[in-house]
Design a protein around this ligand. Structure first.
Ligand code: GCO
Ligand code: MG
Length: 404
């Protein structure tokens, strides 16, 4: 079997998605997600200009060799752009392998280790009552794990709070110039326990609660937050500090038993190694799209398994349905699955993508179609052209740049 074409499709059905489509001389096609939110065209160019020409004529069945060729073969390696491009190739090749075998991908990964994949959904509110309403809807819909985020009183904008109608929460990403938001750590730390208190008071402890700090704290502030939330028994506290400084997690760990999840911005096993092997985190959030595809993500999860760390893959709406489909196969197969983020996609996404995956309440399954089970309608994709958007940036009240 040989690769005959490799095309990059950029489309915006509510959000920008970059998809790699690989076709073989036997007429099989495979899709991979290459979306890097806010930097989409950099990956599209990396693929079109530097990777696609290398694929033509190669054997798509040699997935491991292709991965090594693209990773070790690039002198300037690693980083989000390169690794997202490699991920897309890898996922597309696994899609082809599944189709060639006539099997859903999870069967090639060892078969199902569970009946379905447990999801966590997102609830947010401009205030605590609005959050409680949103949690009620998700509970009604069958979710047993919910990420909760509430606007911090006194701040004009808080990460994770859209103020939009339920089910339509997407990170604000408007135009080429990023919006600027202001942040005040003291107000957040004082307020955070209030939202968990309210949810626990209404729902008791049957519901799993998660929270994303989104890199806003210093290590000692994160330690304080984790400690102040202990009695609410969170499933996890996500990205309490920027993860470049991995030793920081040692300090957080010394002070709190609130579980920690990190890794959505990591691109390789090297980014995760110290946090995992030093047992500084409980969940690793790397995704098929940004951490080297199925081949490399499994390697990360296997390392994590050795150290009792479970998976909790990033699944924000800025990762395409191809990404979610691929993630579900991995989630279903690995022994140390923890939870899968589920944010859904913008209304109308299914005009462009068609997916075999299905959701029942708080569970999802990748479906039984051969390969990943997600297809793209190119004609429909063409009706939704690229729409430049940026993630916001964040400053402290005095104007100092901070982490968003
Ligand atoms: C999450 C993430 C997202 C990111 C987004 C950036 O946990 O879901 O933090 O909300 O901010 O994916 O593109
Ligand atoms: Mg996050």
């Amino acid at each position: 079997m040989k690769i005959t074409t490799a095309e990059v499709i950029v489309t915006c059905p509510g959000r920008n998605y970059v998809t790699l489509k690989i076709t073989t001389d036997e007429g099989l096609t495979g899709l991979g997600d290459a979306t890097l939110n806010g930097r989409e065209l950099a990956v599209a160019s990396y693929l079109r200009d530097h990777v696609c020409p290398l694929l033509i004529g190669r054997d798509p069945q040699r997935i491991e060799d292709m991965w090594q060729y693209l990773y070790r073969g690039a002198y300037w390696r690693r980083g989000p752009v390169t690794m997202t491009a490699i991920s897309a190739v890898d996922v597309a090749l696994w899609d082809i392998k599944g189709k060639a075998a006539g099997l859903p991908l999870y069967q090639l990964l060892g078969g199902a280790s569970r009946e379905a994949v447990t999801l966590y959904a997102h609830a947010d509110g401009r205030d605590v009552p609005e959050l409680l309403d949103r949690v009620a809807e998700l509970v009604e819909d069958g979710f047993q794990a919910i990420r909760v985020q509430v606007a911090v009183p006194g701040l004009d904008k808080t990460y994770g709070v859209s103020g939009g109608p339920p089910g339509t929460f997407y990170e604000p990403a408007d135009g080429r110039i990023p919006a600027e938001q202001r942040w005040e750590t003291g107000a957040y730390l004082d307020f955070a326990p209030t939202m968990f208190e309210a949810v626990r008071e209404r729902y008791g402890f049957d519901l799993h609660l998660l929270h994303d700090v989104h890199n806003r704290l210093t290590p000692v502030e994160a330690a304080r937050l984790g400690r102040s939330l202990e009695s609410f028994r969170l499933w996890w506290m996500e990205d309490p500090t920027p993860a470049e400084d991995q030793a920081a997690f040692g300090l957080i760990r010394q002070h709190t038993v609130t579980p920690i999840a990190v890794g959505e911005v990591f691109n390789s096993i090297w980014d995760c190694r110290d946090l995992i092997t030093n047992r500084l985190i409980d969940y690793i959030r790397t995704s098929v799209t940004h951490a080297g595809g199925i081949t490399h993500l499994r390697r990360i999860f296997d390392l994590a398994h050795l150290y009792g760390v479970r998976s909790g893959s990033h699944g924000a709406g800025d990762l395409s349905p191809v990404s979610l489909g691929a993630a579900l196969h991995v989630d279903l197969a690995i022994p140390n699955f923890g939870i899968q983020e589920y944010m859904g996609h913008a209304p109308g996404w299914d005009d462009v993508f068609h997916a075999s995956y299905w959701r029942e309440g708080g569970y999802m399954h990748p479906g039984e179609d051969p390969g990943i089970g997600v297809t793209l309608d190119e004609e429909a994709a063409g009706r939704f052209p690229y729409d430049p958007k940026s993630l916001p940036v964040c400053r402290l009240r005095d104007g100092t740049m901070h982490d968003w």
